[in-house]
Unconditional design. Structure first.
Length: 196
């Protein structure tokens, strides 16, 4: 299996929406916000994200020429909107999510509120097509992100809702900075110190 990581291009939006929706549909936060098995809501969420919200650096892992993984990261203070901007984002971009909006607002308002004030490069989303998980595609995408952190001499930051992901990110030098329940779901906030 040949894997190549290259910059994301908008002509891959449909492929990446599909792979991210498939990768995240079973994630606890997505289940709490959208409901069990709501692939339609996840597709809509990631289409909005890829078209309007994921600004910064994005890469796609190509497996035999097709998108098999996606990673996005962006430097603070532009990685998340300020908490006070959430209502206007909801009124415009997120309105199509309908009944999920209140949960999504609670989720992202909290993430925006907890975004560290220290300079950092915020990771997320990162996802691998379920059929390709366990084949080091996530590692290839993380390596691209870690290369950027080292090049910029920057700290890294991320949020995750899966305990197995906590262990995965620890392999790249991340430590848990905070843990809490968010919209009924355990959530971990992780930090990778600068110059590690």
């Amino acid at each position: 299996m040949a894997v190549r990581v290259e910059r994301y291009s908008p002509d891959r939006v449909d492929e990446c929406v599909s792979l991210l929706a498939d990768a995240f549909v079973t994630n606890p936060l997505h289940r709490s916000a959208f409901g069990d098995g709501r692939i339609d809501q996840n597709r809509l969420f990631f289409r909005i994200g890829l078209r309007h919200m994921f600004i910064g650096h994005a890469f796609v892992a190509l497996v035999d020429g097709a998108a098999g993984g996606y990673v996005h990261f962006n430097s603070s203070p532009h990685c998340l909107p300020a908490p006070e901007e959430i209502p206007s984002v909801v009124a415009t971009l997120l309105k199509p999510l309908g009944e999920a909006v209140p949960q999504v607002v609670r989720w992202f308002s909290r993430w925006c509120h907890l975004d560290p004030e220290e300079p950092h490069v915020h990771l997320g989303p990162i996802g691998v097509a379920p059929a390709l998980q366990g084949q080091r595609i996530g590692t290839a995408l993380m390596n691209r992100y870690i290369e950027y952190l080292k090049q910029e001499e920057a700290a890294g930051y991320l949020e995750t809702d899966r305990p197995e992901n906590v262990e995965f990110y620890k392999k790249f030098g991340f430590v848990v900075r905070r843990e809490e329940e968010l919209i009924g779901t355990p959530t971990w906030y992780m930090w990778r110190p600068q110059n590690q």
